[in-house]
Design a protein around this ligand. Structure first.
Ligand SMILES: Cc1cc2nc3c(=O)[nH]c(=O)nc-3n(C[C@H](O)[C@H](O)[C@H](O)COP(=O)(O)OP(=O)(O)OC[C@H]3O[C@@H](n4cnc5c(N)ncnc54)[C@H](O)[C@@H]3O)c2cc1C
Length: 416
């Protein structure tokens, strides 16, 4: 039996439209970019990606299935699949803004907030940072210390956030580094509004403009770059209409963002380039002829494929508005654990060739395999660690002390 999905002729025409547009808007010979290597993006590329994001947003292709009235494409999931397939083949520098804040505002914000924060993001006119983690509050996020104090119609926010996302090219030297307000337009954060209220009822979810006075930062040099920042909020003043949800509802609002960050929205293409590179180099060097290495390579490929299929299943469940449970964290847990196994397999089969870095004249694939070795370790943390994903899966399956349901997302809003 042939299970291959066949696209309709209309869908193939749409694919051609996407490709023609990409041919016209992506410079020929553009260097392929690794998914997480933001720290090496030069200023020129960063600015190109920003402009490209806006043009892509104008087409409605940044968030194809989101409602047109809020800047989305109003298109079908099939259109989305085609767009993402074609974009992923080109390995463009990161340009898509995060959907984590727009999702939370769609569920918890008022109409004015949806127009002010969601619409420009979906149109590609805004980039976003998530300011949740603090030096003493990562896995145990509810222990955060950042404080928001009401002052008339404003909130005054003080605190410190860490591991904040960026596209900075700071590894190329100070001249390459865009200023933070060039890079980010909005930051969404959690801050304690009532220290006397019970845990999980004591914080608000705030939007902070990227150029707000009192925001300073320093770059963090992580094992696999990722271009992360430590951000300091020093008497940062925001009006009350930048509070999403109620004064004590921030934890619930953040759960919507986190549900998607944990993989609840799924993933269409997980074109696992490091694994494909690994298999390619193993063939090139003749190691793929060894039966023992063949086993190791196939285990790695199967690990990678299972991750892709989890992502697809979740995408289908999300787009068809099904109630989700452990599925997001299951996919993320698989990905985090399997990249460690795949990195081990790469070293077992390729030996030192898996570790040849950019500074070595013998480097292959722009150092992607060596970068993957470091990346696989760093991957264990963003969006909740391996242990945290296990706790979530256990709670949702009801095999933990507590039983919980998935947080509401735009997909399930109004159904629970
Ligand atoms: C590359 C990268 C990108 C990131 N991007 C962002 C971002 O854009 N915005 C943002 O807000 N944050 C971001 N983060 C932060 C990320 O969410 C945190 O690193 C993560 O939640 C873990 O927190 P922590 O680093 O403080 O580790 P800790 O919470 O201190 O954990 C340390 C270790 O202890 C384990 N552990 C902790 N508690 C338990 C428990 N109860 N049971 C069992 N084991 C436990 C953890 O699993 C981990 O192995 C990013 C992190 C990285 C590395």
């Amino acid at each position: 039996m042939d299970f291959e999905y066949r696209y309709t002729s209309d869908q193939e025409l749409f694919r051609k439209e996407v490709n023609d547009w990409l041919d016209a808007n992506v410079p020929e010979g553009m260097k392929p970019h690794f998914a997480s290597d933001a720290a090496h993006m030069d200023k020129e590329t960063f600015r190109w990606a920003k402009e490209f994001r806006q043009k892509f947003g104008e087409k409605g292709w940044l968030f194809p299935t989101w409602p047109k009235e809020y800047g989305g494409g109003g298109l079908t999931a099939e259109h989305d699949v085609i767009i993402q397939e074609e974009v992923s083949k080109r390995r463009l520098p990161g340009f898509r803004p995060s959907e984590l804040m727009p999702a939370a505002v769609m569920v918890w914000g008022d109409e004015d907030q949806k127009q002010r924060f969601v619409t420009p993001t979906l149109e590609g006119k805004r980039d976003l940072y998530q300011l949740f983690t603090e030096p003493g509050a990562g896995s145990d996020l509810a222990s955060l210390k950042t404080r928001a104090v009401k002052d008339g119609d404003d909130w005054v926010i003080n605190g410190e956030k860490v591991f904040v996302g960026t596209h900075h090219g700071y590894k190329n030297g100070p001249d390459s580094e865009p200023e933070i307000d060039e890079e980010v337009d909005e930051m969404f954060t959690l801050a304690i509004t009532d220290p006397d209220a019970p845990r999980h009822r004591n914080m608000g979810y705030f939007m902070i403009p990227g150029d707000a006075p009192g925001v300073t930062y320093q770059t963090l040099d992580l094992l696999a770059d990722w271009g992360k920042l430590q951000i300091y909020l020093d008497n940062v003043r925001v009006p009350n209409d930048r509070l999403i949800g109620g004064e004590g509802q921030g934890w619930q609002v953040a759960q919507t963002s986190l549900e998607l960050e944990h993989g609840g929205g799924g993933q269409i293409v997980q074109r696992d380039h490091p694994t494909l590179r690994f298999l390619e180099l193993a063939s090139e060097t003749g190691r793929a002829k060894d039966p023992h290495y063949q086993q190791t390579m196939m285990d790695a490929y199967i690990d990678s494929e299972i991750g892709r299929l989890f992502g697809l299943r979740n995408y289908w469940m999300y787009e068809s508005k099904q109630e989700m449970s452990y599925h997001g964290s299951q996919a993320m847990l698989w990905r985090k654990e399997s990249v460690l196994r795949i990195a081990d397999a790469t070293r077992d089969v390729l030996g030192l060739e898996a570790l040849v870095d950019l500074d070595d004249p013998k480097v292959k694939f722009d150092g992607e395999l060596e970068h993957f070795q470091r990346d696989s370790l760093v991957w264990a943390h963003p969006g909740g660690t391996i242990e945290v994903q296990k706790v979530i899966v256990a709670r949702r399956l009801g095999v933990s002390r507590t039983k919980e349901r998935a947080a509401t997302t735009p997909s399930t809003a109004g159904k629970q």
